[in-house]
Design a protein around this ligand. Sequence first.
Ligand SMILES: [Mg+2]
Length: 221
Amino acid sequence: MIDWNQVETLLLDMDGTLLDLHFDSHFWLEHLPRRYAELHKLDLQSIRDPLIQSIMAEQGQLSWYSLDYWSERLQVDIVALKKEIQHLIGFRVDALDFLQWVKNAHPRVILATNADRKSLALKLELTGLDEYLDAIVSSADIGIPKEEQGYWQALQTLEPFNPATTLLIDDNETVLDSARRYGIAQLITITQPDSQSPQRQLTQYPAVTRFAELQPVTKEG
Ligand SMILES: [Mg+2]
C-alpha cells in the first residue's frame, strides 16, 4: 500500500489516529455534560442535548479544539475534568508498534495536530508519544486549524517538507481534503478512530484499521 522509499516525511494526526478517540468522545458526550450539570446544579436530561449541540456547532474551528475557550464559555475547568477520566487516554490498537517501527524506518515524523497545548501536555505525559516524534506542530500555535490551507503553509515554513514525498495519516477526512488541496501526495485514513464505535465502511481515502497494514511484510525464519 505504501512505498516507504518514497516517504521522506510522515505527518501523523494524534486523536483518533495514534490515540484512541474513545477518550475524547466519552469526555465531550458523556463526562462533560454530566459534570457540567453537577457543577452548575442543572438537570442533566434537559441540558445534555443543547450543550452537545452548542459544542458540535464549533466543529472544525480553532475554538472547537481550545480547552481555554470551553473552560471560559462553560465556566468549568476542562483540564481538571479531563484528568478525572485520564485512564481512558491510550494508543489505538498497534499505534505504538507502528511508531517504534517508523523510528527505525527513517522518515521524519511530525505530529500535525489540532489539539491545543493543554490537550497535548496531558496526552504526551500519559503516553510518552513525543519520544517518537521529530516535531510537534499544533494548529493552536499557528492560529489556523488543519481544515484550512493556512495550516499547511505555516507547517511548510516551520518544518519544510516536500508534498510529493509526504504521507499524512489522519482520521478526519475534511483535514485530508485540505491536505490534498495543498498537494500532499499520500493520504491515509483510519477505519476505527474510536475503539468503542463501529468501523466506518465508506471512506473517501485508503483506510486502515491497524497500522500493520501499512508496513512491509517481513519474512521470518
Ligand atoms: Mg484526529
